[in-house]
Structure formats: C-alpha cells, structure tokens
Design a protein around this ligand. Structure first.
Ligand code: ARG
Length: 622
C-alpha cells in the first residue's frame, strides 16, 4: 500500500486506505457541483457520450485508480496548465481564457491538496476529477482544455514529473547515508577488525574500510539515479492518444515549460513505454539490496558484540524482558524483497504488451509509489541507526588478534623473500596443519621456529595494525587508504550537491576550519560530468575540505569556447595563481573567474571559516 505524504498533493489518508478513504466517496452525492455545461453528464465518466449504459459498479471499482493516482494531482495541474498554454500558443484559446483555465486548475489543485475537493464517484482517476472540477467552474471553457491531449500522454507526463521529484528526494537521502558512512569511516579509519570471506575469518581489515565498501556501492546508486533522471527528462505531452493532433501544438515549448530537457521523439513511444518507470524501479531495487546488505552487516556486528544499536533504533520483546532487538536493521534488510518485487511487478505487466496505450499501464503507479515510499522510510531509519551505532573497537581488535587471520600475511612475507607464492601457500598450510595437531597456533611459534621457517622475526607479522598498514595502496584497508577514500567520496558528494538544483548554486563547501592551500584535483573516476558540463573540484591540501563546481545545467546547451570556467564567491582572503603567472586576490563577496583551460593554485591568506561559492556568468562574458 502506498501512503499519502505531506509533500505531495494527496489528502491525508487517501493513499493508504482506498477502502475507507476513497476520494470518490468523500465529496457528497454525485452531480451536486456547479453547472456541467459542456462536460460529461452527472455521474458519468468523461467518455460517457458514446455509451447508452453506465458502467457496472464492479467494472468501475476495478478501473478506478483515483485512490492512488490522486498523488499525481499537483503534477496533473502543472501538466494541464502547460497544455492550456500550448492551446493558447496555437491560437485555440485567448490569453485571457488560458489564464482563467490556469486559475481554475490551480484552485482545484489547492482544494485537492487541502482535502477540500468534492470527488465524484464517476471520477475514474485524478485526471478526470481535475478536468471535471475545472469544467464545473468554467463551464464551456473548461470543456476546451482536453483538445489535443489524451489521458494517455497526460498520465505519462504526470508520472515523469512525479518521478523527477521522487528521484531527487531518494538521491538526497542516499547522499545523507553516504555522508553518514563516510563520517563513521573517518572515525574508524584505524579500527582493526577481522575481514571475512564465506562469513569466516579471512584477513584483517579496518572498520572504516568495510563501512566505505557500502558507501561506494551507494555512490553507484546515486549515479544510476542521475542517469535515470536524465533519460526520463523527455516530455510525453502533445503525443495525444498515440498520434499527436491536428491542432498545431508545440510539444517542445510544453517540455520547456514543464522543465523537461526535451519533448518525446515518437508519439507512440511516448504513450506506450514505461521504461522510465522501470528504470527508477530498477534503481530502487538495487539500492534496496545495498541497504539490505548494509543492514545485514550491522546486524552481524551486533550479534558478535562489535556494535550496539542505540536504544532509539532498537526494540524490546513483548515477553523476554532482556531483549534489545535490531528491528530497524532487520526491516531495512527485509524491505529489499518488496523493492525487487516492485520492479518485477511492472516488468511482468510490460512484457508482451503491444505498443499503444493499454489500461494495463495503469499498473505502473502502485509499485512506483510503494518503492519510493519504502525507501523514504528505510533510508532515514538507516541513516539514524548507522549514525548512532556504538562500535566496540576493543572487541573488534580482540577478534582481529585471531592467528588464522595472518596466514596470508605470512605467506606473502615468504613471497617477499623470493619464495614462489604456491610454494609459500603450501608451506604455511603445512605449518598450520602441524600446529593444529600440536594444539598450538601461529602465536605459539618461538623465534627459533620462525627462523627455521625462513622468516626471521616472523612473530611481528601477527599484529593487526602492522597487517593493515602493510596494505596501504589506494582502495586498500590501511588507515591512510581509508582517509583517501573518504576524501574521494566526499568530493564526489560535494560535486553532486549542486546537481539536483537547476541553474544556480554549483558549489558547496563541506567543512572548513583553518587556512588552506588549494590545489586543483581531477574529477574522480566514475564521476565524470554529464556531457556538455564541466566539473572542477578543489581539495584543501590537508584533505579535510572539498568543493565541487558544476558549471552548466544541461538545458543550457553545449559550451562554446572561450568561456569562463569557474567562479567562486569567498568569505576570507584567498590568492589564486594562474598558470600564466596572473595572481588574483579575492575577499568576501568576490567572484573569481578563470578562463577555460587555466590551471590554478589557491592559497588562503587569512583563516577561512566558511566558504561558499555561486556560479554566475560574469558581466560582459562572451
Ligand atoms: N488511469 C489511467 C492510467 O493510470 C489514465 C489513462 C487512462 N487512459 C485510457 N485510455 N483509459 O493509466
């Protein structure tokens, strides 16, 4: 079941319990509204004209989607306003008529949002309800609204508008979860713990490294959501029922008005395809598995006594007084099933469906709403639970002392003395087997035995800190590698902070508390700017502070050189040195602009506590 949310148009309760709170039963008897001049007859569907008999109640009950698609009311109003303006531009409505339509649409939208709208049992869906509301207000003028459009292109448009917001909200939550993991990883960059394969002790790692493994996966989820949003940014409106119209509408203008990147490329595709919904559901399903596996690890750590769930995120037992259960994590783990099912549900509806609109397509909305609702429940709970999880570094360290965790370190130490790895592996294996029969472990080997084994001072290898520090390569578990990962992840997040917002703020500062030297760093791999956009990232040399600059919104089109590459508004004094030797100084309120291709070094001249940066095309820029 979907639940109505405050940030959407659904009146409270209408989404959750269709049986008891169906909007269709909320508005008094049918036909009590104002004049229906030009509209459907009272109690009749919008398409009633061709029919001599009203629909059977059970047919109506099956077909009615109002209980859930009322969540699209705000989007339906926006799309309808854009369509009214398209009719105006085509000369089919006067400016005054279009304005009156817009006013009535917004009134109906506000009534629905506030739960004051009188729904009619004949309202099949939110589109019919809104059109009826407008027609009751405006009579014959209201009846002009539907020219050149169909509910087929309308519903596809509404859903894409809804998804745009939903994808941004989910992305925002994922960013918060990644930030939480990055913060916990920074805290535990040097906390040693046993790493496992097959759930069994394998090699020593750091807790920070393990936490970031989840963060990297979630960053890919963010990338997927962004890709999906770009592909979904095509407006279906103007496609009509399937074949556009003879009315001279301009779908490109409608697309621009609705904030889409472009209009549909093919009207049949526009009304038939639901891959945009599938793709968001695929993103949600994959994200759901990532949340589930993160939860599973946290549950395991709590079972092992390595972590304790804060009381605020734990639950008791109705019978066993001692219990403190990780239900929040268990639900986060279990919801993956529901999210995968949402994808599967729509995939099954679509497979084998010929092109053109079919009512089967109405089945896209409940899985979509449910998946987004589910993530909007799971992600905040995970963020809170992970943010407050109390790790026990001493317990992890104790477990990390288990001698079997060092067998690979010992074999690799032999390799470093020139022994081929297979040979080293066999020798260590034989040593372990012998020790086992003697009831001993690697820790019990004497200095003489280590020497005889070919590793003078080999006992020192059995040290968890030394073991992780020896794996300090990029992407490895050593504390310094973990901190470098945190930097890269935070830089990728900082770059994204501007991406959901159109046109304006492109730079955002994560944190700053000291004077910094600045250096230009490359965009992290896998986080390339979308085509036509340019990203510049800066990182303070001490690694604590990163800024992402996102230069252009996609709808601004490709960049024509020469252009200005970066602009940063600063609080505090900063000196910028360009490659050609030019030195620029900036103080509070200044915008710094460097020409394309310039390489710049930054140096702060005074302690800078806060930075912010806004991109603005400079006066007179080419
Ligand atoms: N409620 C319908 C849906 O969700 C709206 C489109 C109805 N179109 C039609 N031709 N019956 O898909």
């Amino acid at each position: 079941m979907t639940t109505g949310r405050d940030d959407e148009a659904a009146p409270p309760g209408t989404g959750a319990d269709a049986g008891t709170a169906d909007p269709a039963s909320a508005g008094g008897p049918p036909g009590t509204g104002a004049s229906r001049a030009g509209g459907a007859r009272p109690g009749e569907p919008l398409w009633g004209g061709r029919f001599g008999t009203p629909p059977a109640p059970e047919a109506r009950a099956l077909g009615r989607s109002l209980a859930f698609d009322v969540r699209l009311a705000a989007q339906d109003v926006e799309a309808s306003v854009a369509h009214a303006r398209a009719l105006e531009a085509a000369g089919l409505l006067t400016a005054e008529e279009a304005a009156r339509l817009e006013g009535a649409l917004r009134e109906v939208g506000a009534e629905i949002a506030e739960g004051r709208f009188a729904f009619d049992p004949a309202d099949e869906d939110v589109h019919s309800a809104i059109e009826r509301g407008v027609t009751e207000r405006l009579g014959e003028l209201g009846a002009r609204l539907h020219a050149g459009r169909s509910r087929n292109d309308l519903v596809a448009t509404d859903v894409r508008l809804w998804m745009r917001e939903a994808s941004r909200r989910v992305g925002g939550l994922v960013r918060m979860l990644v930030r939480t993991l990055a913060a916990r990883a920074r805290e535990h960059a040097a906390t040693v713990m046993p790493g496992t394969t097959h759930g069994r002790p394998a090699q020593v790692v750091t807790l920070g490294h393990h936490l970031l493994a989840h963060a990297w996966a979630l960053l890919r989820d963010l990338g997927r959501l962004e890709d999906q949003a770009r592909r979904a940014a095509a407006s279906p409106l103007g496609a009509g029922a399937l074949a556009t119209s003879t009315l001279g509408l301009d779908p490109a203008a409608t697309a621009r008005r609705l904030g889409f990147d472009r209009p549909f490329g093919n009207s049949i595709d526009a009304v038939s395809d639901r891959d945009a919904v599938q793709e968001l559901l695929a993103c949600c399903a994959i994200l759901g598995t990532h949340c589930s596996r993160l939860a599973a690890d946290a549950i395991r750590w709590s079972e092992l006594g390595w972590a304790e769930v804060d009381e605020a995120y734990a639950t008791g037992s109705s019978m066993m007084p001692q219990k403190r259960n990780p239900d929040v994590l268990e639900l986060a783990r279990g919801k993956a099933g529901r999210l995968a099912a949402a994808f599967q549900s729509l995939a099954t509806v679509l497979a084998g469906l010929p092109l053109g609109y079919h009512r089967d397509l109405q089945e896209d909305k409940e899985p979509l709403f449910d998946a987004v609702d589910t993530l909007e429940l799971v992600l905040p709970a995970l963020i809170g639970c992970l943010g407050t999880l109390r790790f026990d570094p001493a317990a992890m360290r104790a477990a990390a002392l288990a001698p079997e965790l060092y067998a690979t370190d010992v074999a690799e130490a032999l390799v470093r003395t020139g022994v081929p790895f297979r040979e080293a592996h066999r020798r260590v294996g034989e040593l372990l087997r012998r020790l086992e029969t003697e009831g001993r472990t690697l820790r019990d080997l004497t200095a003489a035995e280590w020497a005889a084994f070919g590793l003078e001072g080999g006992g020192a290898l059995l040290d968890p800190d030394r073991s992780v520090r020896a794996r300090a390569i990029p992407g490895g578990p050593a504390p310094q590698s973990v901190l470098a990962q945190v930097d890269a992840i935070e830089a990728a997040l900082a770059m994204r902070e501007g991406m959901g917002e159109h046109h304006e703020t492109k730079v955002r500062v994560v944190e700053a508390d000291a004077a910094h030297d600045w250096q230009r760093i490359p965009v992290p791999e896998g986080d390339q700017a979308p085509p036509g956009e340019e990203v510049v990232l800066f990182r303070a040399m001490d690694g604590r502070f990163s800024v992402g600059l996102w230069r252009r919104a996609p709808e601004e089109g490709p960049m024509e050189p020469p252009y200005h590459e970066m602009a940063i508004l600063l609080e505090g004094e900063v000196e910028l040195t360009l490659d050609d030797g030019t030195v620029l100084r900036a103080g509070p309120g200044d915008v710094i602009v460097a020409p394309k291709g310039a390489r710049a070094t930054w140096r702060s001249l005074s302690p800078v506590r806060k930075f912010w940066a806004i991109y603005r095309e400079p006066e007179g820029a080419p």
